[in-house]
Design a protein around this ligand. Structure first.
Ligand code: PEP
Ligand code: MN
Length: 252
């Protein structure tokens, strides 16, 4: 199926959603079909997962990317996954529409430099302990060779607080906007680490002026192979998606 529009975060609000990690072709197809029905256009799906523990599920790797690209092509959606390895950049990730640099790689300058030569939208997540200035400097690496399709993503920073997985720094949204022209989206899933708090933080992000959200969902969150606690099920995502869009329309 043909994709509808160009990916545009500068003049359009986008909600990106999908599983933490691609787990199988069928489960991804089910999630993506559900999202397509709601009007979501960009599907996230982890492939090479950077997990804190080596014993945790590491993702399906290239197989995940094949499923992601195939499902998105069939449904006319855009695919998004995190790019991890410099050496895979021009091969394995070639057919993915949007690339994401995860928090753990924000300081990987060789990777950022190489990505600056890629003609695709790139989402740059904020590292756990990066200042806004360091984050903007990392974005400049991505721009070094003319890629001007860079989107920043606030995903929470590490503080003394342990009630959440990370502390969502929503003040980063207006600050980034005052300091740069980059669109900025918010990840309420990895910041809170808890599905209970994803809806309120999503609404707060919209109110703060975010250009989009990236939210993890799963058909049966408790069965997910990664990040089970923070995933929204279909029903909660649908409610949130509608609420976010009406708030966005109200705010104009
Ligand atoms: C992700 O979005 O899949 C992810 C691993 O997030 P982060 O890099 O923010 O931890
Ligand atoms: Mn995750």
């Amino acid at each position: 199926m043909k994709k509808m529009n160009e990916i545009d975060f500068k003049s359009k609000f986008n909600v990106i959603a999908g599983p933490c990690a691609v787990e199988s072709y069928d489960s991804l197809f089910e999630i993506a079909s559900f999202l397509q029905g709601l009007g979501v256009q960009i599907i996230r799906g982890g492939s090479f997962k950077l997990r804190t523990s080596v014993d945790s599920f590491q993702g399906l790797g290239e197989e995940a990317i094949r499923y992601l690209v195939q499902v998105c092509q069939e449904l006319g959606l855009f695919s998004l996954t995190e790019v991890v390895e410099l050496r895979d950049l021009h091969s394995v990730f070639q057919d993915v529409d949007v690339l994401m640099v995860g928090a753990r790689n924000m300081y990987n300058y060789p990777l950022l430099k190489e990505l600056s030569m890629v003609d695709k939208p790139i989402i740059l997540k904020r590292a756990m302990s990066a200042t806004i200035k360091e984050w903007l400097s990392a974005a400049e690496y991505l721009q070094a060779n003319g890629n001007d399709n860079i989107i920043l993503c606030e995903r929470g920073i590490r503080t003394f607080e342990t009630a959440t997985r990370n502390t969502l720094d929503l003040s980063a949204v207006p600050i980034v906007k005052s300091m740069s022209d980059y669109p900025i989206i918010v990840d309420p899933s990895h910041s809170t680490g808890n599905s209970e708090f994803v809806p309120s933080m999503s609404m707060a992000a919209v109110a703060a002026g975010a250009d989009g959200l990236i939210i993890e969902i799963h058909k049966e969150p408790e069965k997910s192979l990664s990040d089970a606690k923070q995933l929204l099920d279909f029903e909660s995502f649908e409610d949130l998606y509608k609420a976010v869009n009406s708030l966005k329309n109200y705010l104009g």
